[in-house]
Structures are given as C-alpha cells and as structure tokens.
Design a protein around this ligand. Structure first.
Ligand code: HEC
Ligand code: HEC
Length: 399
C-alpha cells in the first residue's frame, strides 16, 4: 500500500464545497446555479451540483485517500493538467461514488452514513483485518459530526449568552455596524506568507477577506466576498481561478458574514443543541519554525471547550466551540453537502483583543480540505465607512 503525503501547493488547487442542501441551492430564488456538468467537460456521476460543491467533493475524495489531485488527474499541479481525461483511478473513484450511494440507499434509508472515509482512512486501499495494535492500543475518541446531547448539560443558549457577555455584552455589540481590520497572512510550508490582508464587514451580513500578494511573489490574490446575497471566491491555483458561490460555500459565506457581528449569534443559528464539554487542539502551527518549537514544547495547545451545534443559512450544519474559561469562540466547524458526504471547513479564532470595549479575534485560521489561510491582524477599526464594492465580485486582476 502506498501512502502519499499530500502536497500543499497542488492541494491549494481546490476550493472547498460547502454546506447545506445542495438541492436547496438549486431551488433558491437566485440566478440559476452553475452546475458541474455545465462548467466541466466529462461529468458522469457528479451531475446536478453547484461548482463549489463539486470541488468540495474532489477535496473530500482526496482527503479520504490521502491523495493529491495528481493521483487521479493527469499533470495536476502543472500548466498542462488535463482534468477531463480519464485515468484508471478516476474510473475507480466514479464506481466508488455509485457504490457508496447504493450502500446508503439500500441499507441506511439514503442517509449518508457510509462515505469514502468510512473505509479508506488515509489509505488508497482500505485495511482488511484489524491489527493487534488497534485492538489493544488507544481507541480513537473523535466525536462524529452530529453531536449527541446527553441530559444535564448547560443549555446551548446559556453558552451563547456567556459568549455575548465575554465579547462585551449585547448592548455594546449591537452598536457595531462595521469594521475594517488590517494585517498580514502567515504562510504554510513556505507559501502564502507575507500577503497584505484586509478583512471588512458590515452589519448584518456582509464580509470580505482580501489577501493581496506583491507581484514578485508570483502568487495570486486570495479573496472571499459576500455581499448579503452573492458570494465570490478567488483562489490562486484554483481550477476555475475565480467563481461565484452557489452551493454550500454560499451558505458558509453568509454564516461567516453574520457571525462577524456576534451579537446576533442567537438569531443566526436555529435548532440549538449543546454537546458534552470536550477539548480541541490547535492545528499544527503554520510556519515550520513554530512547528519545531511546538514539537519541543509538546505539541499544539489544547483547550477545554463547551460545544454548541445548530443550523445556519439553508440548514448549514455548524458546530461552535467556546473556551470554557473565557467564554470566547475558539472554533467554527461547518459542513457543506456533497453527493459523497459532508465537506468540512474550520475557522479558528485566537488572540482576542479589546477594541472599543468589545473583544475581537486578531488571529484567524481558515482551513478547508485543500488549503489554509492564516491571518494575523494588527489593527481593527470599528464603525468606519467601508466601500460597498469590496463585498461584491473581486476587481479584475491587475496585469
Ligand atoms: C480519487 C480520485 C480523484 C481525486 C484525488 C481527485 N479527483 Fe477530480 N475527478 C475525479 C472523478 C471520478 C471525476 C469525474 C466525476 C464524474 O464523472 O462525475 C473528476 C473530475 C474532476 C474535474 C472535472 C474535469 C472535467 O472537465 O470533466 C475537475 C476540475 C477535478 N476533478 C478537479 C480535481 C481537483 C482540483 C482535485 C484535487 C483537489 C481532484 N479533482 C482530485 C476523481 C478524483
Ligand atoms: C465499503 C468500503 C469502501 C468505500 C466506502 C469506498 N471504498 Fe474505495 N476502495 C475500497 C477497497 C476495498 C479498495 C481496494 C480494492 C482492491 O484492492 O482491489 C478501494 C479502492 C479505491 C481506489 C483505487 C485505489 C488504488 O490506488 O488502487 C480508489 C481511487 C477509491 N477506492 C476511491 C474511493 C472513493 C472516491 C470513495 C468514496 C466515494 C471510496 N473509494 C469509498 C473500499 C471502499
């Protein structure tokens, strides 16, 4: 068996597909969604889904097998990539998509409980027989996506109330109508560092994250926008370069924009559930030097957290992790839909500082299946005018 380490650069070629009902996405009142088979040339089994969800599906396949795009696609990661060309692995993956759908239909009433991950777990060929190490070793205790709420927990509302209090209180939060944060991006594996970052938001539901790189770095800009109705993403090395969000990513962008104004947290999430208190661990640090330092100091930090799960825009499944001590939000994990399972996106918040009496995170790490953006803000200004154009389609690339 052939374990491959995924290469960050080519993996960045993917854009996460996100969230709630991709069927819902198609019935939404907006423009017709851009469907996979309208945009790509050789789509046989993953038809009828918006492009963002399609790309999320690719990320999910890669993640489950610990593959890089180039393990299934000829020359992926280079200028001569042939996405549409079939390879033996691509054909196998197609058969597996149909197999998984049938397993779920015939045995589990169509619920997506069996996914590529159920069998593959980071391997191209799943293990056939349990090993003694797994039988007698440490069990994995990772909770599954949908949290189970045992009786006797604090109510989810009380956890959200504590967060609102910790952030500065309902009254102060209600007074924020916009903000503009500036900073830099922190690189991963030598890529994506040193970009000039601006995060702008306008209540109740507009947000843009703009990371611009100097021309000589040869790296394209990374821009995510949401204007209250439409969302756009431009990612360097992305298959499509830039595109409008129509599927789960659109719901994710909407939720992130709303969550920028945390005073409304109890209105933007419904069907609240509390999970048992647990702990979460920071993602390994972005730059290799810190990784070495962390390894010396026994690994990334762990935090005790309270967990709340709820439904965001169009049913988007969202899990939030709040620091048990400070009450502040440390992590947002949201799941988009795909034909082969949920597509996770994780946003970590750290380095909370006081800005005019409210607490805002100055360190934000946005991780999707195929890449991470890590942002370190140096300054956030509240209630300043923000140019509306920043929330719309990203300005054309400067040549
Ligand atoms: C395990 C194999 C596998 C991996 C890994 C994989 N893909 Fe795919 N890809 C497929 C299959 C299968 C299809 C065809 C889907 C269909 O027929 O409905 C496809 C189709 C595509 C297409 C459409 C091409 C066209 O014009 O028809 C694009 C674009 C694409 N993949 C991008 C990616 C990216 C980007 C990655 C890496 C993040 C990736 N894929 C990783 C199996 C894979
Ligand atoms: C029920 C278990 C199971 C599930 C679920 C599953 N697979 Fe597999 N898959 C296998 C087994 C077993 C093999 C190896 C078959 C063999 O050795 O001949 C395999 C092989 C493959 C291969 C060929 C790997 C190689 O390098 O030879 C690809 C690609 C693949 N699966 C993709 C997927 C994708 C994509 C999904 C999710 C849509 C998926 N599989 C879901 C069991 C599963």
């Amino acid at each position: 068996m052939n374990l491959r380490r995924r290469v960050v650069v080519t993996a960045a070629a993917l854009l996460t597909g996100l969230s709630a009902s991709w069927l819902g996405a198609q019935t939404a009142s907006q423009d017709k969604p851009l469907l996979s088979e309208q945009v790509f040339k050789n789509i046989q089994v993953l038809k009828g889904i918006p492009v963002d969800d399609f790309l999320g599906t690719m990320g999910l396949m890669s993640a489950a097998l610990q593959f890089d795009c180039s393990d299934c696609h000829v020359n992926a990661g280079t200028d001569t990539v042939e996405w549409a060309a079939d390879t033996p692995r691509k054909r196998m993956a197609r058969r597996m998509v149909t197999m998984v759908a049938n397993i779920n239909k015939e045995n589990f009433g169509g619920r997506q409980v069996v996914t590529c991950w159920s069998c593959h777990r980071n391997r191209d060929r799943p293990l056939t027989t349990p090993t003694m190490e797994t039988i007698y070793g440490m069990p994995t205790l990772e909770p599954d996506d949908i949290i189970v709420s045992p009786p006797g927990l604090p109510s989810p509302e009380s956890v959200l109330d504590k967060f609102i209090e910790a952030s500065g209180g309902a009254q102060r939060l209600a007074g924020i109508t916009s903000f503009d944060g500036k900073g830099t991006s922190v690189g991963f594996g030598g890529f994506g560092g040193g970009g000039e970052v601006e995060i702008v938001a306008k209540a109740p539901d507009k947000r843009a994250t703009i990371i611009l790189f100097k021309a000589e770095t040869g790296r394209g800009d990374q821009i995510r926008t949401y204007n209250g109705r439409e969302g756009w993403v431009r990612t360097p090395l992305n298959v499509l370069g830039e595109f409008q969000l129509r599927g789960g990513d659109l719901d994710g962008a909407r939720f992130d924009a709303q969550l920028s104004f945390s005073g409304q947290i109890k209105q933007i999430l419904t069907n609240l559930k509390a999970g048992p208190a647990t702990s979460i661990t920071d993602l390994p640090a972005p730059d290799s030097q810190t990784v070495v330092q962390q390894a010396a100091a026994s690994g990334p930090a762990t935090h005790s957290v309270n967990v709340v799960q709820g439904a965001g825009p169009r049913g988007l499944l969202v899990t939030l992790y709040f620091d048990r001590q400070s009450g502040l939000l440390l992590r947002e994990l949201r799941y988009g839909p795909s034909p082969i399972g949920r597509v996770p996106t994780q946003i970590d918040f750290a380095d909370y500082r006081d800005v005019n009496g409210i607490k805002l995170p100055f360190r934000i790490t946005y991780a999707w299946l195929d890449g991470r953006d890590s942002i370190s803000l140096s300054d956030i200004k509240i209630n300043v005018p923000v140019d509306e154009a920043k929330f719309g389609r990203p300005a054309p690339l400067k040549k």
